[in-house]
Design a protein around this ligand. Sequence first.
Ligand SMILES: C[S@@+](CC[C@H](N)C(=O)[O-])C[C@H]1O[C@@H](n2cnc3c(N)ncnc32)[C@H](O)[C@@H]1O
Length: 213
Amino acid sequence: MLQINPQIEKYIIDHTSDEDPVLAELNRRTHLDTVHPQMLAGKMQGRFLEFISRMISPENILEIGTFTGYSAICLSKGLRQHGHLYTIEKNDEMISFAAGFFKKTGLTDRITQLSGDARKIIPSLNCMFDLVFIDAEKSEYCDYYNLVIEKVRPGGWIITDNVLWGEKILESTAQTDNSTRGIVEFNELVYNDDRVENLILSIRDGVMLIRKK
Ligand SMILES: C[S@@+](CC[C@H](N)C(=O)[O-])C[C@H]1O[C@@H](n2cnc3c(N)ncnc32)[C@H](O)[C@@H]1O
């Protein structure tokens, strides 16, 4: 995460609308029951994803990296009537964990969970997306982007998490690990892609907004 004055961070959290009861329970259970609870979007980023989704009012959303389902629930709040969210996860334990919470929110018929490696699943998806959220393995970001870009409708959006990767993107390339290299290559790939325009926001761990022309 990016360093931010802790008092400012607390102020932001305290002055952002509270999670609904299901999201609050999901947040709590993720911290109690999983090894890497910090992967969860959380209250501030969850609201951000929800609001962006509500602004776009998408018909189809694709999420790459479900984890416990927090961001999927937030994104699905903006779906238009009869809209649908597809979310891909390769960890079976997380798939059943998330399924229980999708049921609690009454979203079961609006969310399809896809089990397996996103790099194998994306090519089999037979629909166009208005909004894609990339939040899985950092070293694979370029693969997801290259596979999904032709499935984003013109004027559609991709949101990508962790693009500043705790500021490690500033390290010299010789010292970096696979995840950092993956993020750096992804940021370059998108910046140099004439099919899109992009914006990096320094919220949380860095969020990139990509608009397909
Ligand atoms: C950062 S977490 C997602 C967090 C979630 N979007 C949220 O905000 O609540 C990343 C998830 O991606 C999954 N993942 C990693 N590589 C994947 C792949 N190639 N295909 C599908 N899922 C993958 C991991 O198992 C993990 O649960």
